[in-house]
Design a protein around this ligand. Structure first.
Ligand SMILES: [Zn+2]
Length: 414
């Protein structure tokens, strides 16, 4: 039985070991991209591999490990080991360790997968250090631009330099570091990072699409005045105008939620030179609107911007909206979702098909046409990027089994 071979104790032992690398006082993990900690975490996983596994490290430090490097097609499974500042022990690490366990399980059964598996470990998935997400997988697929490569960290170290300092020699950026014709499929397990699975009592989420954001930086300018000396009718108050705008972002998001997939968020607000005895003259805040449907998101975005203009006109303040990001949502491979759904069904595992709210390495593989699937396990109480991040052992076991069975079933095309 395949289930008997999945060793969740081994996964948890490895999780504990990796937790030590970059562990913080608060019980979290800080393992930033292209640091000693990320390197040590990768070395740890590579050390866990059997001697006859071929390990290839590409020109930006991604690791690909397989027993059959010359196979015509391979089934790629994996995730990332870097973390945010004081993140949790799971995140991408669980995706790497369940992929490893699934591969080890498949190797023990009397069945030959149509395409032998490759364990993939991507560098720099988190944007915490350079403000650039999924650098490793984008680099592996030839999707990085020179501009992105020049992004700097807090110490002004450019990404390309950090990669070199970590001992790698990036080559032609537009050239994939892996032979895409050989990648039959890509599958990634990750914690959900939201509360949907936990609140609906499901062990597994099968990701149908990955939401992508449109993001703005908004600045509202009024007049800076003395709070005691300026009558209510003579004010151009940036704080109250911004408050009304922020509430309208929420209202439009809530109303639109009934008609399609969308979330709209203002996650920060700055009152510039604000004080208790002032009418504040300048406020800025970000807007993040995400959907798995780009047309629907465009409509919501239009509504939000129109509403902001209305508030600004009515309150006689000036408004500036700067576009920060406009990314495309990704639909994952329908055949992969169907096959994962069938496997989850046959396993009798509680599961649901759902959209992913966050971006992942998987989206880049689908983007270049590799049949791609993603599996979520619950984040207890929706907690993510936090030392309190947790999931259940049952979900880890179910997720690993799903990966193993998917590898045995093979890529959709095979
Ligand atoms: Zn992650």
């Amino acid at each position: 039985m395949l289930t008997d071979r999945i060793d969740t104790d081994r996964i948890e032992r490895r999780l504990e070991d990796l937790w030590e690398i970059g562990r913080t006082d608060g019980g979290g993990v800080t393992r930033l991209a292209y640091t000693q900690e990320e390197e040590r975490a990768i070395e740890y996983v590579v050390d866990e591999l059997d001697d006859d596994v071929t390990v290839r490290t590409d020109s930006i430090g991604n690791v690909f490990a397989t027993r059959e490097p010359d196979a015509e097609q391979s089934f790629f499974v994996g995730s990332h080991l870097d973390s945010v500042y004081n993140g949790g022990k799971l995140d991408g690490t669980l995706g790497v360790l369940t992929a490893l366990e699934a591969i080890e399980t498949v190797e023990q059964v009397d069945e030959t997968p149509p395409a032998p598996p490759t364990l993939a470990i991507f560098r720099c998935e988190e944007s915490s250090r350079f403000g650039q997400h999924t650098v490793g997988s984008r680099g592996a697929l030839g999707l990085l631009t020179v501009e992105e490569f020049s992004a700097v960290d807090e110490q002004n170290v450019p990404l390309w330099q950090a990669i070199q300092q970590a001992g790698f020699q990036p080559e032609n950026l537009s050239e994939p570091t892996i032979d895409l014709d050989r990648v039959g499929a890509f599958l990634e397990l990750h914690i959900e990072q939201g509360r949907v699975l936990d609140e609906t009592d499901n062990d597994l989420g099968l990701v149908s699409s990955i939401r992508a954001p449109v993001r703005y930086h908004v600045t509202v300018e009024g007049d800076e005045d003395h709070s005691g000396a300026t009558p209510m009718t003579m004010r151009r108050d940036a704080v109250t105008a911004a408050s009304e705008m922020i509430l309208s972002v929420e209202r439009i998001g809530r109303e639109a939620h009934d008609d399609g997939d969308v979330v709209a968020t203002v996650g920060d607000v700055t009152a510039h030179d604000g004080a208790i005895n002032k009418v504040c003259g300048s406020v800025s805040f970000p807007i993040d609107v995400r959907s798995n449907d780009v047309d629907f998101r465009d409509r919501v975005e239009e509504d939000v911007l129109a509403d902001l203009e209305d508030v600004a006109t009515r309150r006689d303040v000036s408004l500036e909206t700067e576009l920060l990001d406009r990314s495309d949502p990704v639909e994952l491979d329908g055949r992969m979702i169907e096959s994962l759904d069938g496997i989850a069904e046959s396993m009798d595992a509680s599961h649901r098909v759902m959209a992913s709210g966050g971006g992942h390495d998987a989206m880049n593989f689908q983007h270049v046409g590799v049949p791609t699937g993603m599996v979520f396990v619950p984040s207890i109480d929706g907690i993510s990027h936090n030392p309190k991040e947790e999931t259940t052992t049952d979900a880890i076991a179910a997720g690993t089994e799903l990966l193993a069975r998917a590898i045995l079933e093979g890529p959709p095309s095979a």
